[in-house]
Write a protein that binds this ligand. Structure first.
Ligand code: ADP
Ligand code: ADP
Length: 235
């Protein structure tokens, strides 16, 4: 059974667009195995963000069905972690408190957050160490470089052990050195956590380095074209 399963998925953003037959994505058929790392590349406006919104349940399809891990998609955050081009850490929170945020919001962590705070904080600190942020746990976002903030935002996306990690241009704003360092960190985290990753990127080299499958989304909305299937040895 596929982990991510889109069957003939169409989305029109509103009734007017629907009446005109204007779909943001059309006829998406996509099956991804458990533990996979896929990259989606394509020009602006081809529907990548829309695909992400559908995968997280932020948008319901106009037609078709979406199942993640065998279940219809219920809503954002429950099973997914997200990181975007802007790290968007809360400026009034320290690094570790930013990373803890999903545990304050998402069940089953939310209800036990007060009681288990020390344990959760330990987990957050371990994860921060792993991405090279040891020593920065109690700093505020403005005391961190852009690359450090992005590391923290990836930790935040993973802290609640999501089944799926959605990354939308996460390294787009970083210099080449920092970017490649974060590629390696991300691959390690992926291998360790067994999380399904969907990466949206404009960087073909990044997609080939990171993903085990790369999909090109064409200008004709929603037509996923399997560009290449890269079989990397699973670490
Ligand atoms: P990408 O992320 O690849 O740039 P999008 O998913 O944002 O593409 O957009 C796909 C199509 O849907 C585009 O034609 C875009 O104009 C349209 N679209 C995106 N968001 C909305 C919206 N909120 N309302 C109406 N149309 C939208
Ligand atoms: P807590 O740690 O108790 O959950 P927050 O981290 O949400 O609280 O907020 C910490 C402090 O920042 C609070 O004093 C709160 O009033 C303030 N604050 C909350 N939202 C904003 C905001 N959008 N901009 C600036 N300060 C905020």
């Amino acid at each position: 059974q596929a982990f991510i399963d889109f069957s003939d998925v169409w989305l029109a953003y509103n009734d007017e667009l629907l009446a005109q037959g204007q779909y943001a994505v059309e006829a998406i058929d996509l099956k991804v195995d458990r533990g996979g790392f896929i990259a989606i590349v394509g020009p602006s406006g081809c529907g990548k963000s829309t695909f992400m919104k559908l995968a997280t349940g932020l948008k319901k399809p106009t037609k078709g069905s979406i199942r993640i891990d065998g279940q219809p998609v219920t809503g954002p955050l429950k099973i997914s972690g997200m990181a975007f081009q802007a790290p968007s850490l809360l400026p009034w929170r320290t690094t570790v408190d930013n990373v803890l945020l999903p545990l304050e919001i998402v069940e089953p962590y939310r209800s036990s957050f007060k009681a288990k705070r020390a344990e959760y904080e330990e987990r957050a600190r371990k994860l921060l160490q792993k991405v090279g942020l040891g020593g920065y746990e109690d700093k505020f976002p403005w005391e961190l470089s852009g690359g450090m903030q992005q590391r923290a935002s990836i930790c935040r996306a993973l802290i609640h052990e999501p089944k799926m990690l959605l990354l939308d241009e996460p390294f787009g704003a970083l210099d080449a050195f920092t970017r490649e360092e974060l590629w390696c960190i991300l691959r390690d985290l992926w291998a360790e956590q067994g999380v399904n990753v969907i990466l949206v990127t404009h960087d073909l080299r990044e997609s080939v380095f990171l993903a085990d499958k790369v999909y090109v989304m064409s200008k004709r909305p929603g037509r996923f074209v399997l560009e290449r299937e890269i079989n990397l040895p699973r670490p």
